[in-house]
Design a protein around this ligand. Structure first.
Ligand code: BES
Ligand code: MN
Ligand code: MN
Length: 456
């Protein structure tokens, strides 16, 4: 631990400057306008892996954005850790709500503000620096492989092929990912599950053109009104989802599992205060932690149609749209749920409009083991650096690659995140505590150490 602390202390400023450089790239995978930035970011990641000591560093092309690969193989008799992360980020809009520009990293109150600060540039870069530390101090105890992709935020569409075509290259004993949250610095935790995702776009069409809302209003169904009603009907008075069959495959948690999960520290007042809401909302019969971690949900991510510009225009729109996501839990299947949604949504539409449901990406839910050597190594690492045992939690977000690694490579994942739920991921003013960044760099080498030791 002393060697680790010393190295981090001696290199604090440089680590931060390098992260800032990474954060300045506008690596927005959703918008084709940023293709050049995406490629430059991949180049920067490759260069940093190389200078940290990685070999066989490659920028692997895919049908979409490239995957950056690098490795350091010490010996075939040692275990191998595959580190996964993503260099792409979510679009920063609405830009007006940022206090400082999203791609000009700024420090306020000991926190780094920038798009990607936590999700996931700040977090995967901890692994690059921890690797550098182990190389320079001659303490790398196992083989290590890096796979940093550029399409996580758009559903990792090309990753499946890459993984199945490169099974030998990616062969590992465990996947280690820092792309999730922990409860707080005082309550370190490890996520032991992620939700799956089913994402669709719906289109409701009424008349074949926008109409004068005075001349035609009252005689023709308004697609925006119809869409609102259809969406409102997707939850009942207890906030259960009304799609027939939606809950059929859900595995209910045992009373004991529920009790365990609800033991995690959670301050509802603090939570509401942070979000500036008076009251929480959710499925009847479940606590907030259960609702976000263990229950499936349905959200409208965006809804539009008709006139949304300045001032008022009196118009009865021809079309209305919404982007809807459903978070899934074990043992739901993304493909099945998408089909259930489509069938249901089309069946409830009135004859006054036409509806189309277009599926986007999806991902499968996972639970990660808590009795594995790798999980124990993570527990020990956290205990040593935080002085406390980590609390197991269930994360509400999705990382589709985790289920894919399990299916294609037969390898399980440890989710060792150092972000906070309140770090504004995907929101304006995304941030990452500088302390968490350094803490991550200190904890990661301990994971490798204990994983190698316990694997003997
Ligand atoms: N890092 C997040 C997922 C996450 C965040 C998991 C916090 C647990 C806690 C990841 O980058 C992400 O945002 N994933 C997307 C899914 C993807 C298919 C677009 C998500 O969860 O919306
Ligand atoms: Mn992420
Ligand atoms: Mn994300």
């Amino acid at each position: 631990m002393h060697v680790i602390r010393q190295y981090v202390n001696d290199n604090r400023q440089r680590f931060l400057e390098e992260l800032f450089e990474l954060l300045r790239f506008q690596s927005i995978s959703a918008d084709p306008k940023y293709k050049e930035d995406m490629l430059k970011t991949a180049g920067y990641v490759a260069e940093k892996l190389k200078s940290a000591g990685a070999e066989k560093v490659e920028i692997c092309p895919t049908e979409g954005y490239p995957i950056v690969y690098g490795e350091k193989i010490i010996s075939n008799s040692l275990p191998t850790v595959l580190v996964y992360g993503h260099y792409d980020v979510q679009p920063p809009d609405p830009l007006g709500l940022w206090h400082t520009p999203p791609f000009e990293p700024t420090v306020r109150d000991e926190k780094i503000y920038a798009r990607g600060a936590c999700d996931d540039k700040g977090q995967f870069y901890m692994h690059v620096k921890a690797f550098e530390l182990m190389m320079r101090t001659n303490t790398l105890p196992c083989n290590i492989k890096f796979m940093i992709e550029g399409e996580e935020e758009v559903g990792s569409g090309n990753l499946g092929i890459f993984v199945s075509e490169n099974k030998e290259k990616l062969k590992a004993d465990v996947v280690l990912i820092s792309d999730t949250s922990m409860i707080s610095m005082d309550h370190p935790s490890l996520e032991t599950g992620l939700r799956g995702l089913s994402y669709v776009e719906v289109e409701v069409t009424g008349p074949d053109r926008d109409l004068h809302s005075g001349v035609y209003g009252g005689a023709v169904a308004n697609p925006a009104t119809v869409l609102s009603k259809l969406i409102a009907s997707l939850h009942d008075e207890n906030n259960h989802i009304t799609i027939p069959g939606f809950y059929d495959e859900v595995i209910d948690l045992s009373a004991q599992e529920r009790e365990m999960l609800n033991k995690a520290p959670f301050d509802e007042e603090e939570y509401k205060k942070d979000l500036k809401v008076e009251e929480l909302w959710g499925e009847k019969g479940y606590s907030t932690l259960e609702r976000t971690g263990t229950r499936p949900t349905l959200e409208v991510n965006g809804i539009w149609g008709g006139y949304t510009g300045e001032g008022a225009k009196t118009v009865l729109p021809s079309k209305a749209f919404a982007k809807i996501s459903m978070r899934l839990v074990p043992n739901q299947s993304s493909e099945k749920i998408t089909k259930l949604f489509k069938d249901h949504f089309e069946s409830i539409a009135p004859n006054s409009v036409k509806v189309k449901v277009n599926p986007h990406h999806g991902g499968e839910p996972v639970v990660t083991p808590t009795d594995s050597i790798a999980y124990k190594a993570a527990q020990k690492a956290i205990f040593e650096s935080f002085g406390k045992d980590p609390i197991p939690t269930r994360g509400g977000g999705s990382i589709p690659i985790v289920a894919l690694f399990e299916r294609e490579l037969g390898v399980k994942t440890v989710l060792m995140g150092f972000g906070l739920d309140s770090d504004n991921l995907h929101s304006p003013n995304e941030k990452f505590d500088i302390a968490n960044f350094y803490k991550g760099i200190e904890t990661i080498p301990l994971f490798h150490k204990y994983f190698a030791e316990l694997s003997k």
